[in-house]
Design a protein around this ligand. Structure first.
Ligand code: SF4
Length: 72
């Protein structure tokens, strides 16, 4: 399972993450990305889109790491 986060100190608000995976990412009032609070872990069907967002973020602000069932 994949858990994803955005470092707000790096995000510059390009919105690429939202375009890659609108089910997982959103933008705040000022245009900065955040992971939707209801996304505890990334659903399997959104995994590839999230990994694309990680690779495509121009600021390297998005991190994703594998977690085990016990870590949930
Ligand atoms: S693509 Fe990266 S820099 Fe742009 S809004 Fe998303 S997290 Fe922020």
């Amino acid at each position: 399972m994949l858990r994803v986060s955005i470092d707000p100190t790096r995000c510059e608000g390009h919105a690429k993450c939202l375009m890659d995976s609108p089910e997982v990412f959103d933008l705040d009032d000022q245009g900065f990305g955040f992971v939707k609070p209801e996304v505890d872990v990334v659903a399997h069907e959104h995994r590839n889109a999230v990994l694309r967002a990680v690779a495509g973020c121009p600021e390297y602000a998005i991190s994703a790491h594998e977690i085990s069932v016990e870590e949930r």
